[in-house]
Design a protein around this ligand. Structure first.
Ligand code: BGC
Length: 754
């Protein structure tokens, strides 16, 4: 290990500047004179994308295991699984000579149309943050680093390199930064990748408030900040703001700009030294890990096998049984003679999206083959049903429908074809290809036992067919082994247990970002504020197609009463909550139990309820086990931009525990004591109502406003009093016809500020 401070002292200005950009798209610069080696980074997130040619940004990559995408993994709500997948990714990274994996991505799903939603976890920052933390811990436990991305507010691909996300501070903190905060403070990723976009006018790559004040000063991040590939705008401003490494490299012009800025006095050399120190620390740390200096050995056959099995197990835990009327699933080979397997995706499954996350899989399970292997004596017939492009074709449709009619059941493979979901652009709508819809409709008309298997990484519209089919399995983009997992679930070898990590709206127009996406004139206003995802649908009473947290099982669960470790909670306390869950059906199963917090009242508007805990409970038939949660004061808090901090208001809170955001089974209350009450900031502009609501304000009014005026006010009709209460304090002289003068207003104000 080098003494980094000493190294920096020995480096020339030019050497320092040069270190601030990579040597190639995937490596840092070595500095042979001082014995500094280089490290290799690689995408991410659901598998290794290690280009065969070091100089290639895209192009062919070395085969690696393609695990379920983040959108799928999130539906597992399974921290242990995320850790396990993370470990496997770490092992593959090491085998391919990679020191830092460019993952995970924890941006929020603001709109179903974002092309990269499949790379992200959720519309809820708690869920995304918890799962990504487990992933980071898993990868880093193998001595490989992670790079948490894309920091921040990269919630659309449209104009992603220039758009300014216009977001109020409270919304940033509670929604768009919260998952980053959780991962940084909980799992300590080695590095963070700044995003392409601007936030409130300033590029993320030179956003001091984000990269230094929040990330480092508040959250205690000690690693390096790396630019997204090509995200640097003003390199010198970036160094000042806290951006350390520019990628891809090399970037000789920007290196020179850094040198010139230091020479001309525009850039303080200490800021450069800080960046250089952090890059060196990352390099040193990466190379100090066991095996880090070994040449890439490639993936070995046993690893390939073991990771494929893990990918299959993971995929099965990610899939969500959205609908299963009349127990159509699982298919029982003993009772079926023939099943029609329909749709081109049954032989060419969609299991990942496009862009920099695209993995060259080690192999791919074909659903039709896997179904055949699982079907025993059941005769399976396959018909393509639609064109490869997704377009309808009469002849294909007719033969598929005929086969469906003649069979005992039909399985339709549908979803979003390759190229629809990708980095670099957003989807245009939420529709399935017309050929898929036509196939589902035609088959549903002739076969009552129709099961739709969906391959998509973000919500699709199901209007026009959802009421006509009894069963839908969301297979998602579940990686190279998803075909096997689908067969396992359809034939009941695995009981589905995934739940939605995002709301499925009925129509795109119902989505809260609809009127403010993708923005105009270079800006996108996050007009829905805190109310993204279920926070919006609940507040507005808009019924979604499938709510956040929804997912069915082949068994049933009942919930007992909640027990709390304490009736009240104060700062510094932790509250343990337990709910016994019983498997009341006849199969082994796992239930994902969710805990939401609902404040009774609050000085600032808040969502109806917010997810603050979840637990997976595995149960044999008849078995009961507790789902356990741990809450701290932060789980009850909101961010108050006026105070510049998190506020936990004293008062009563409901704990809502259930099977989905809309299927609450158990309720308990807890009292928060000793928290920080947001001061009602009583000013001359505050309304008379606000003054009357606050004990100190009311006392001041009663003390200084003449009794006569108070009496006249009370004698007003109720509607008039409502009008008057809306006036700001400073208008008292006006509304009282001068009976309260300006000096009195000053006395009132002074009495609360003192
Ligand atoms: C993507 C990143 C990725 C990088 C390197 C960028 O275009 O936004 O997520 O890590 O390329 O491939």
């Amino acid at each position: 290990m080098h003494d980094i401070e000493a190294l920096v002292r020995q480096m020339s200005l030019e050497e320092k500047a040069a270190l601030c950009s990579g040597a190639t798209p995937w490596t840092t610069k070595p500095l042979a004179r001082l014995g500094v080696d280089s490290i290799t980074v690689s995408d991410g997130p659901h598998g290794l994308r290690r280009p065969i040619e070091q100089a290639d940004m895209i192009g062919r990559s070395i085969p690696a295991t393609c695990f379920p995408t983040a959108s799928a993994l999130a539906c597992s709500w399974d921290r242990d699984l995320l850790r396990e997948v993370g470990e496997a990714l770490g092992v593959e990274a090491r085998a391919l000579g990679v020191h830092v994996l460019l993952a995970p991505g924890v941006n929020m799903k603001r709109t179903p149309l974002c092309g990269r939603n499949f790379e992200y976890y959720s519309e809820d920052p708690y869920l995304a943050g918890e799962l990504a933390s487990a992933y980071v811990e898993g990868v880093q436990s193998t001595g490989v680093g992670t790079c948490l991305k894309h920091f921040a507010a990269n919630n659309q691909e449209s104009e992603r390199l220039s758009i300014s996300a216009e977001i109020p501070e409270r919304v940033l903190r509670e929604i768009y930064l919260a998952a980053f905060e959780r991962v940084v403070t909980q799992a300590r990723p080695w590095s963070v990748m700044c995003s392409y976009n601007r936030i409130n006018g300033t590029y993320a790559s030179q956003h001091r408030h984000l990269l230094t004040e929040i990330l480092r000063d508040e959250w205690g991040f000690e690693g390096a900040v790396i630019s997204d590939w090509g995200a640097v705008d003003d390199r010198v401003a970036g160094i000042e703001a806290g951006l350390d490494l520019e990628m891809p490299g090399p970037s000789p012009c920007n290196d020179r700009r850094i040198v010139e800025a230091v020479r001309s006095g525009r850039l303080d050399e200490q800021a450069l030294d800080r960046a250089v120190t952090r890059i060196l620390a990352l390099v040193e740390r990466a190379l100090a890990q066991p095996g880090a200096r070994d040449p890439a050995r490639g993936l070995q056959a046993p690893e390939v096998e073991a990771h494929h099995r893990l990918a299959r197990r993971a995929a099965a835990r990610c899939m969500v049984l959205l609908k299963n009327d009349g127990g159509v699933l699982p298919l029982d080979p003993a009772r079926l003679r023939s099943v029609a397997v329909l749709g081109h995706m049954a032989v060419a499954p969609q299991f990942q999206g496009g862009g920099s996350s695209r993995v060259q899989p080690t192999r791919v399970d074909v659903p039709l083959d896997e179904l055949r292997a699982a079907a025993g004596s059941v005769a399976l017939t396959y018909y393509q049903g639609y064109l490869e492009s997704g377009e309808p074709d009469d002849a294909l449709l007719r033969s598929a429908a005929r086969a469906a009619e003649a069979a005992d059941a039909a399985l339709i493979f549908a979803g979003l074809p390759d190229g629809v979901e990708s980095e670099g652009y957003d989807r245009l709508d939420m529709e399935l290809p017309p050929g898929h819809v036509a196939l589902i409709q035609a088959v549903a008309a002739v076969q009552p036992r129709t099961v739709v298997v969906l391959h998509n990484g973000a919500p699709v519209s199901m209007a026009g067919w959802i009421d006509r089919v009894p069963a839908v399995l969301l297979a998602g983009l579940a990686g190279q082994a998803s075909g096997g997992a689908v067969a396992d679930i359809l034939f009941g070898r695995v009981n589905p247990s995934g739940k939605l990590a995002e709301t499925y709206p009925v129509r795109l127009e119902d989505n809260p970002s609809y009127l403010n996406f993708p923005g105009e004139n270079g800006k996108v206003f996050y007009g829905e504020g805190l109310f993204i995802g279920y926070r919006y649908y609940e507040a507005r009473g808009v019924q979604p197609l499938f709510p956040f947290g929804h997912g069915l099982s082949y068994t049933t669960f009942s919930y007992g009463q909640a027990s709390l470790s304490r009736p009240s909670i104060a700062p510094g306390d932790s509250l343990e909550v337990q709910v016994p869950v019983t498997n009341t059906g006849s199969r082994d199963g796992e239930e994902i139990v969710q805990l939401y917090v609902r404040p009774h009242r609050s000085q600032l508007p808040r969502p109806v309820k917010e997810l603050k805990g979840f637990a997976r409970v595995a149960l044999a038939p008849g078995e009961t086990r507790p789902a356990s949660f741990r809450l701290t004061i932060r789980d009850f808090s909101y961010y108050d931009p006026e105070r510049g901090g998190w506020v936990a208001e004293p008062g009563t809170y409901d704990l809502l525990i259930g099977a989905s955001s809309q299927d609450i089974r158990v309720q308990a209350t807890v009292v928060l004591t000793g928290g920080v009450l947001a001061d009602t900031r009583l000013t001359a502009e505050s309304s008379i109502q606000a003054w009357l609501d606050d004990p100190r304000g009311r006392e001041a009014l009663e003390r200084f406003v003449p009794d006569e005026v108070m009496r006249r006010y009370r004698e007003q009709p109720a509607v008039m009093r409502r009008v008057l209460r809306n006036y700001p304090l400073k208008k008292l002289p006006h509304v009282t016809g001068g009976r309260v003068d300006e000096a009195t207003v000053q006395h009132i104000l002074q009495s609360v500020t003192r």
